[in-house]
Design a binder for this molecule. Structure first.
Ligand code: OGA
Ligand code: MN
Length: 288
């Protein structure tokens, strides 16, 4: 394995391995490096969806995403992050399924709408672009650590309502439509604003702007102001790695201590196809 640092505060790349055939020692090593660096980029992984799924399953069970129109018809564990349908045609901009997916351009943490959110995600760039479409990842441990002591005190016991429907309400297009798309039913959930990672025991900010409706027991506008402050603080470039994709990059990230967003690209002309598997969480986020 050749390991390189890719940003001073977050992420490494690993070359010289093939994720479709790794032995147990290599797997253990990857797991440790992942906990330490939060995100790992694996370039040159020309592997099948089945190999992708098998690599994911080494970490545990895989999620099936609540949005029916983004599941791969062959493998329900593959979430198709794509503006191209399974026949290879670009999805028209106004189409509900694209309008939903476009919400990944906003900062978020995967599956924050679940009672037990995902542990991590593994994304395979199948057809990538550098004309936009880069993915940004923020180190939420470091964002938390650098807060002033008074802010840490202020937020330490706060809880946030997260709701899958909030993603839809943030879309100008979908919010005014009667048919907002086809999703599994999910009730709102409450998560701590500062969480403790079950493996590293470190504290981080738990933000997922696209599902965060409000802070519990705080006036709505005051809560919104506080969340906006924390979001702006966390997305400073010192905390953020920008991934510029090559085809067959695989990027994996820990959803318990990072958040991410996608930079806009011209979805009417550029085909961007990414396949994701999502690791089922093992426990509710712990208050720090
Ligand atoms: C995701 C996502 C990232 C990307 O897969 O969870 O938000 O680069 N998309 O498309
Ligand atoms: Mn995502």
């Amino acid at each position: 394995m050749r390991i390189k640092q890719i940003h001073r505060n977050i992420g490494i790349s690993i070359e010289g391995i093939n994720l479709s055939r790794i032995d147990n020692n290599t797997f253990q090593e990857i797991k440790e490096l992942w906990m330490k660096h939060l995100i790992i980029v694996f370039p040159n992984q020309d592997i099948s969806d089945e190999d992708h799924i098998n690599f994911g399953k080494k970490f545990g069970e895989l999620e099936v995403h609540p949005s029916l129109s983004h599941r791969s018809s062959k493998n329900p564990e593959i979430y198709r992050v794509s503006n191209v349908d399974e026949e290879g045609k670009i999805i028209p901009n106004k189409e509900t399924s694209w309008q939903y997916l476009k919400q990944s351009w906003l900062w978020h943490t995967d599956s924050s709408f679940r009672k037990i959110p995902s542990n991590g995600s593994i994304l395979h760039g199948i057809s990538t672009t550098n004309e936009g479409g880069n993915t940004l990842f923020a180190n939420m441990y470091k964002a938390y650590d650098d807060l002033e002591e008074s802010m840490k005190q202020k937020i330490k016991n706060l809880k946030v309502v997260h709701d899958h429907d909030f993603i839809i309400s943030l879309s100008d297009e979908l919010s005014k439509r009667k048919n907002k798309g086809n999703y599994d039913k999910l009730d709102p959930v409450i998560h701590p604003l500062v969480r403790k990672h079950p493996s590293t025991k470190k504290k981080s900010l738990f933000l997922s702007p696209h599902t965060m409706v409000k802070i519990v027991d705080i006036d709505d506008s005051e809560g919104r102001e506080l969340l906006d402050f924390l979001i702006e603080h966390s997305i400073q470039s010192k905390y953020v790695y920008k991934h510029i994709w090559n085809n067959n990059d695989i990027v994996m990230w820990d959803n318990r201590c990072t958040m991410h967003s996608v930079e806009p690209f011209d979805n009417n002309t550029i085909k961007r196809i990414m396949h994701r598997v999502t690791l089922v969480g093992d426990q509710q986020p712990m208050m720090a």
